[in-house]
Design a protein around this ligand. Structure first.
Ligand SMILES: [Zn+2]
Length: 391
């Protein structure tokens, strides 16, 4: 599987950490750990889960699969070797690799992506029921766990089974992620950030989340997971003081040439006041444009996102939006002033921001749209696919 590349971190690194399949048909849960190689927690937690499944000989319905994301970067303890493996799952690249073709002069992540795509396609192909997907990450900053979802009703429902804060709107800022690709296949996807990269508690939290996801999906009976209560307590305790659901309110993008440096040791979910100094770059101080809770401040050399800010949203709005979506009110948005549908794609709308002066992003999020872009006076939103509710 390693295709001649030397793996330095140990001989126990494998692409397929485990595939535990029940005799009875049922749902599949596919988990990827360590798609960023400086985040060993995901792969370590998956190893523990499969050791326990095997040692206890537990009965499951369907299948649970654990995969290592970026083997070569993990073996070297770096986020990536040539490029971020979690930003290149575009339809064009996936189609090329699915057809057995590779970019000319492939780099390490091209090879990783092609190998990972192969085992993922196998796992999805042999599923005998609904497929859920968990993408396990950790952060360079200190702080508790959180879940990142594309805001469909099915993703929400699955995320609610893990008692950590849920962040909406973050995934639409990151293009070409693996969960975005998997979501497009029609599967339920959740990104699961467990805590700081090297904190041993991150592995415990990832392990707890994978077991709860198995219970939540109906793969294993809760009665067969005596630790389930302790797992919920562990995650709840680590999430204390943070709203259950948050939406992204600001994103500070960076380029390597910016010389971006985050002010030291601000944990995830710290309260940030508007005007507070958060970082410096070659132009000087960077202050927060809004008040909010800090997310994913960059404390590692590699990455294109300096930090994010989020705000808590009242769960009432989630109820409102699931009600609006079930009514399929999205079908009528082009009746609103300044809104028109693209002639070639009924699910994509363009919104003129000189005409539409109300809470454009919020309204379209409520109705189940994903923001694609905002430039030159125009927003573009696309209705999320697979936003049907499975009860
Ligand atoms: Zn990551």
């Amino acid at each position: 599987m390693a295709s001649g590349v030397e793996l330095e971190r140990g001989l126990d690194l494998t692409r397929v950490i485990g595939a535990y399949r029940g005799e009875a048909a049922g749902p599949s849960l596919v988990c990827v750990g360590s798609i960023h190689g400086n985040e060993p927690s995901g792969a370590d937690a998956l190893k523990r889960v499969f050791e326990t499944l095997e040692a206890r000989g537990l009965t499951v319905r369907g299948e649970v699969v654990g995969l290592t994301g970026n083997l070569r970067a993990l073996s070297k303890g770096v986020r990536f070797l040539a490029k971020d493996l979690n930003r290149h799952w575009t339809p064009a690249r996936v189609a090329m690799m699915s057809a057995g073709r590779m970019p000319t002069d492939p780099d390490s992540e091209d090879v990783e992506q092609s190998e990972l795509l192969g085992v993922l396609t196998d796992a999805f192909g042999r599923a005998r029921g609904d497929v859920s997907f968990l993408d396990l990450h950790t952060t360079s900053a200190l702080g508790g766990p959180f879940l990142v979802i594309g805001d469909t009703l099915r993703n929400r429902r699955f995320a609610m089974g893990i008692p950590a804060p849920i962040i909406l709107g973050l995934e639409e800022r990151l293009g070409g992620t693996l969960p975005e690709y998997v979501n497009g296949l029609g599967h339920v996807t959740v990104g699961f950030e467990a805590g700081q990269h090297d904190d041993p508690r991150s592995v415990d939290i990832h392990e707890a989340g994978v077991w709860l996801a198995m219970v939540n999906a109906g793969i294993i009976d809760e009665a067969d997971v005596p630790e389930a209560g302790a797992y919920r307590s562990l995650i709840t305790e680590a999430s204390k003081g943070v709203p259950r659901v948050l939406e992204l309110s600001h994103h500070h993008r960076i380029k390597q040439s910016d010389g971006f440096r985050m002010a030291p040791e601000i944990p995830n979910f710290s309260v940030i006041r508007s005007g507070q100094r958060l970082a410096t770059d070659k132009r000087g101080d960077i202050t927060s444009p809004v008040t909010g809770l800090l997310l994913l401040p960059l404390y590692q050399g590699q990455g294109n996102d300096g930090y994010f800010l989020a705000r808590g949203i009242n769960p009432f709005w989630l109820t409102v939006s699931s009600w609006l979506r079930r009514m399929r009110l999205d079908r009528f948005v082009h009746w609103l002033p300044g809104v028109r549908r693209r002639v070639d794609d009924f699910n994509t709308v363009e919104v003129d921001d000189h005409v539409a002066r109300w809470l454009v992003v919020q309204v379209f999020h409520l109705l189940g749209f994903r923001q694609l872009s905002h430039r030159e006076g125009q927003w573009v939103f696309a209705r999320r696919e697979h936003d049907d509710f499975v009860s």
